[in-house]
Ligand binder design. Sequence first.
Ligand SMILES: CC(C)=CCC/C(C)=C/CC/C(C)=C/CC/C(C)=C/COP(=O)(O)OP(=O)(O)O
Length: 396
Amino acid sequence: MSAVLCVVCPRVNACDHSLPRNYCTQRRCSSNNKLSSKPSFSSGVSAYSRAVANLSRSSEERVYEVVQKQAALVREHRRESELDLKKPVENDGTSTGTTDWNRLNEAYERCREFCADHDNTFYLGTLLMMPELRRAFWAISVWCRRTDDLVDGPNATYTTPKDLERWEKRLNDIFEGRPCDVYDVALSDTASKYPIDIQPFKDMIEGMKLDLTKSRYENFDELYLYCYHVAGTVGLMSVPVIGIAPKSKASIESVYNAALALGIANQLTNILRDVGEDAIRGRIYLPQDELAQAGLSDEDIFCGKVTDKWRSFMKGQIKRARMFYYEAEKGVSELNLASRWAVWSSLLLYRQILDAIEANDYNNFTKRAYVAKAKKLISLPVALGRALKGPSKLAS
Ligand SMILES: CC(C)=CCC/C(C)=C/CC/C(C)=C/CC/C(C)=C/COP(=O)(O)OP(=O)(O)O
């Protein structure tokens, strides 16, 4: 049997599903039987047995537990909002005053400037959102970028694990309404307005800790976990802000799963685009076992020669990244109409980087794959057409 890629199943050859699905049978077995029949990790379980249990679970299972937790929080938030709607509205005198309002506007404006200056591919997408939503996105994006800068920015060589611990303490303060600077003020406000959980933010910091110490990934299971930490988390942070369409019949888990898939797809694309740049920094994010299977070694990457072996290896990697995009696509129509255009646009734009790698004949060592402005513009009406398609009528 040829190598089979089940999109959300990181164990590439171990699954019998050649078509991407929401969950392959392995996932169902593990999440519905194995995980749910395990004792819950409540107070009685020691840190040691927790660590052992973590080792025996695949990354996908561990990440799926976070997805389930996020979905449960959204359900709880919906119940609470329904109860609130039944209560008469009272003015308790704590509503935001004009000074606070100005301070908040200033904070969000600074976040917008920060995002525009860093000019990342996703900024364009946020411009297609409703003003209230895009502000929240900017606040989240700024925090993510600043977190990333701790290990990837100009002063990254001075960052220690202690700095990341301090950053995490500061994150707790943001979520508890004690922002430290102007950017934190915006995120603190966003966190108080939307049912955002702190967990994906903490998990992103964990990913940065990983980046400080790890420069090789043994297999896709390890890489999947890394991608979750640094990008899948952004998908999970985004859903509570974007919101699920009221008419959606899809399960909340499936929407979160699609958001997670989009983060992973983006990160895989990023890794495939930046192979050469990463190699200069001594980093190889590609799965070591898959490289070996293709007859390639770290040396080949450092040499940066495009050979037939490399082309064939890259084809497999691009195929897997596209499958994650395919998985993500299934969730976009379930989102609120107000943000579907933005999400479709960023999905289509970022996915085209994979086409650009192919157009460069897989030379991702010395040629940076990018999407030309004209192509980006053409994608916008295409994305709009897709966004106008509403949620599926079928329950997932
Ligand atoms: C699909 C559904 C249901 C919801 C959408 C949920 C969202 C918005 C997911 C997006 C997740 C996301 C934007 C992850 C970030 C991934 C990533 C690789 C960022 C890289 O950013 P930069 O390094 O600035 O990129 P460039 O260098 O390409 O500009």
